[in-house]
Ligand binder design. Structure first.
Ligand code: EPU
Length: 325
């Protein structure tokens, strides 16, 4: 256990901040030994790619670094893999592609570890992690026991799961994935279906190129991906906005409409906007970037100003995707 630990390298916003204690979990027993000490305040951290520290954390940060992957079952059509929470998400995607396991390829290159990816139900290019999860193994801090919860009880929804709500204080230990051994692709997003002679490697290559053209690399410029969720609005509000902004892009979900935050911010005048030492990413305004050693509080204040303006202009309340500490 390390004390008074700097988290700058452990959050992709690259915010200079400290925690009282920092514990790296390399094997399951490390975690069980620690919880016996009945810690008061803890924070589970994976890659730190969806978090904004606005102040120091007065407690223990648990950094999951267990990296195991195990085949637990194989049928004619599917393979079941048990993967520990500290395994890097994109290493898992690469592993699946190498072995011709179908399912996670559209989620290539999303920063994060397995644990955080599940909590957050990561999604991109027509796919969501929930579609390949069989079950999740977690430790409850109420009785320090291991439980397994099946997919349908995980309450997965857009960028959310039960691990963000009811099971917020639980430690995700392992995720059991169910992947297809049969050729199967998700090609609904934009021009993905126009790819010729398709295979898993080709999809990955296409997605890496797409991401590179739109998203900043956190190793070069601090960020946590989309800062806000894309809001889902009612038909009434949508019809009203459509009259005012004929070019409003949308994605219809039953009788609701999902609107890209990037467009709202662009229309509200935030394109290329800077605020103190942070700003919006030049190509994609829905991503807030740390331009020059910004403080977490500055980024937070900027996001508040964005929320306020968007509310005034469109009567839409943006919700942060990033977790605020
Ligand atoms: N746009 C503008 N002005 C701009 C840039 C974009 O108006 O300057 C509009 C365009 O209409 C464009 C849209 O915004 O079509 C952006 O849509 P796009 O599908 O490219 O991505 P997104 O809605 O910004 C979501 C996810 C991403 C995911 C992509 C691809 C959320 C909050 N974000 O972004 O996820 O990679 O779709 O599926 O749902 C993340 O969660 O961190 C993340 C990056």
């Amino acid at each position: 256990m390390k004390t008074n630990f700097n988290l700058k390298k452990y959050n992709t916003f690259s915010i200079d901040c400290f925690c009282d204690n920092f514990l790296e979990i390399k094997k399951e027993q490390d975690f069980f030994d620690f919880i016996k000490t009945k810690p008061k305040k803890i924070l589970f951290l994976g890659n730190g790619s969806n978090i904004l520290f606005t102040k120091d954390f007065s407690g223990t940060v648990i950094y999951s670094n267990i990296k195991k992957i195990k085949e637990i079952k194989k049928t004619k059509t599917n393979i079941y893999l048990k993967v520990s929470s500290g395994y890097n998400w994109d290493d898992f995607v690469k592993y699946c592609i190498q072995h011709n396991y179908y399912g996670p390829e559209n989620l290539s290159n999303i920063p994060g570890k397995i644990g955080g990816s599940v909590v957050q139900n990561i999604g991109a290019y027509g796919a969501e992690i929930k579609d390949i999860i069989h079950s999740v193994e977690y430790v409850s801090l109420q009785d320090n026991k291991i439980y397994t919860i099946p997919n349908k009880e995980c309450q997965f929804s857009y960028r959310s799961s039960i691990f963000k709500t009811k099971l917020k204080n639980c430690f995700v230990l392992n995720v059991i994935f169910k992947l297809s051994l049969k050729e199967k692709y998700i090609l609904e997003y934009r021009d993905l279906h126009n790819l010729e002679n398709i295979d898993l490697k080709k999809i990955r290559k296409y997605i890496l190129k797409l991401r590179k053209s739109k998203l900043p690399n956190y190793k070069e410029i601090g960020n946590a991906g989309s800062f806000f969720k894309n809001p889902i609005i009612s038909k009434t509000l949508f019809n009203k906005l459509k009259k005012q902004f004929m070019d409003i892009p949308y994605f219809q979900i039953n009788d609701k409409y999902k609107i890209p935050t990037a467009w709202l911010l662009d229309k509200a005048g935030f394109k290329k906007k800077k605020y103190k030492k942070c700003g919006v990413y030049v190509k994609t305004p829905s991503i807030i970037v740390n331009l020059d050693n910004a403080q977490g509080k500055e980024i937070y204040d900027f996001s508040q100003a964005i929320i306020k303006t968007v509310k005034q202009k469109f009567n839409i309340t943006l919700e942060r995707e990033v977790i605020i500490i």
